[in-house]
Design a protein around this ligand. Structure first.
Ligand SMILES: O=c1ccn([C@H]2C[C@H](O)[C@@H](CO)O2)c(=O)[nH]1
Ligand SMILES: [Zn+2]
Length: 149
């Protein structure tokens, strides 16, 4: 089994743990760290709605709080409760912003999973072009000469 298939299988497996009584939409994610470890996550909703967390960020925050800082890929599987995913489930804007904080957008793979043998991969840069990342805070272009110090 290849790594992407293994990640797809893990995303589908942890999707079963999703806590989504309000939307009825269950998502699982499997994040591959550079050292080969896989961190999983599901969405966790809340009666107050806004405290809800996506599967992708659950996986990232588990990994980050375990000391990981470098990542290669994430697989995401989502769809209505009670059945398998019928569509690809792209990450929301907030999760893309979290990804770009830690991942080189030209290298990081986002794998959208329908089933263990039906998934598509794209680079974060394709999903999130011109994202604002850590580098933007320190970049000093010629056009900024004499600008705000
Ligand atoms: O990529 C996605 C898209 C949605 N959700 C969650 C958020 C919410 O709990 C539910 C419906 O949006 O699915 C994720 O976890 N990841
Ligand atoms: Zn999200």
């Amino acid at each position: 089994m290849g790594m992407n298939t293994a990640l797809a299988a893990e995303a589908l497996r942890v999707r079963e743990y999703a806590y989504a009584p309000y939307s009825g939409f269950c998502v699982g994610a499997a994040l591959l760290a550079e050292n080969g470890k896989i961190y999983t996550g599901c969405n966790v909703e809340n009666a107050a709605y806004s405290p809800s967390n996506c599967a992708e960020r659950t996986a990232f925050f588990k990994a980050l709080s375990s000391g990981e800082r470098k990542f290669k890929a994430i697989a995401i599987a989502g769809g209505k409760q009670g059945g398998p995913p019928v569509d690809y489930c792209p990450p929301c804007g907030v999760c893309r912003q979290v990804m770009i904080e830690f991942c080189d957008p030209e290298l990081f793979d986002v794998i959208l999973v329908k089933s263990e043998d039906d998934y598509i991969g794209s680079k974060l840069s394709e999903l999130f072009p011109m994202g604002f990342g850590p580098g933007n805070l320190t970049a000093r272009g010629a056009d900024q000469e004499g600008g705000i110090q």
